[in-house]
Design a protein around this ligand. Structure first.
Ligand code: NAP
Length: 240
């Protein structure tokens, strides 16, 4: 049994897949979750091929029951949680006068409500890890749009501001117990989420998923007395 265990949401592709791969390299046992099983299964297979112990749980982050199932599966298999990566997210681009309520609710639920529920369901395991080694870590994938409001991405942007604010609150509430949280705030990253803009922004000129996972690797190595509440990843020459 691995000495450290992590949950990664949105682990099937993109940033989450890169972070899960880095955690596998670092020797973490993993629970990986995302919505579509057909995307999650190959990711889990690749992580096992790297030598990691992996539990895969298809889960829709809109569903409280699904989130509880992810945490229960993790607890049953590993009995400990050292790192929680709240990474699953989604968005849409529309002018404010055209926002459908269904899409509004979906983005609020996936991008912020799920993170609150994950903390609630995981906090006892995180407390145990914090008491043991003072280095429990929660990484929340926000966005550069969580630092600067974006036209036509208003709901997405608002949820990412909420992620940054919730992360700050969690540090005030939990850091004293050895549970540090960090909000990742990247500009365009070369993942499926930015396919819509790749005819105007070259994928190679974007931030790469490994840039994000290497930053998380650094967070894992901090001494207990060092807290990094957020990391902003910008693109050279881009003013958002
Ligand atoms: N790419 C960027 O430019 C960028 C910039 C800043 C922040 N971010 C944030 O980074 C995070 C990861 O995005 P990415 O760029 O890596 O995009 P991605 O490759 O499209 O990955 C998104 C991940 O989230 C999962 N997901 C989406 N909706 C879900 C739901 N309802 N329930 C469960 N899982 C769900 C996806 O699983 P399925 O495919 O199965 O739905 C997938 O694993 C998101 O929070 C995003 O907002 C991205």
């Amino acid at each position: 049994m691995a000495q450290r265990a992590a949950i990664v949401t949105g682990a099937s592709t993109g940033i989450g897949r890169a972070i899960a791969g880095m955690l596998a390299e670092e020797g973490y046992a993993l629970t990986v979750a995302s919505r579509r099983p057909e995307n999650l299964a190959p990711a889990a297979k690749e992580l096992r091929a790297m030598g990691a112990e992996v539990v895969e749980v298809p889960a829709d982050m809109r569903s409280e029951d699904d989130i509880k199932a992810v945490v229960s599966a993790h607890r049953e298999r590993y009995g400990r949680l050292d790192v929680l990566v709240n990474n699953a997210g989604m968005g849409f681009g529309l002018p404010v006068g055209e926002i459908p309520t269904k899409q509004l609710d979906m983005v609020l639920d996936v991008n912020i409500r799920s993170i609150v529920i994950f903390y609630r369901e995981c906090v006892e395991m995180l407390r145990a890890a914090g008491a043991e080694h003072q280095s429990a870590l929660v990484v929340n994938t926000a966005s550069i749009t969580g630092k600067r409001g974006q036209a036509w991405l208003s709901v997405y942007s608002a949820t990412k501001f909420a992620v940054v604010g919730f992360t700050e609150a969690m540090n005030r509430e939990l850091a004293g117990e050895g549970i540090r949280s960090c909000a990742l705030c990247p500009a365009f990253v070369n993942t499926a989420m930015t396919d819509f803009v790749k005819d105007t922004v070259d994928a190679e000129a974007m931030i790469q998923p490994q840039d994000i996972s290497e930053a998380v690797r650094y967070l894992l190595k901090l001494s207990p007395g060092c807290l990094i509440p957020e990391i902003i990843f910008e693109r050279p020459g881009e003013v958002l």
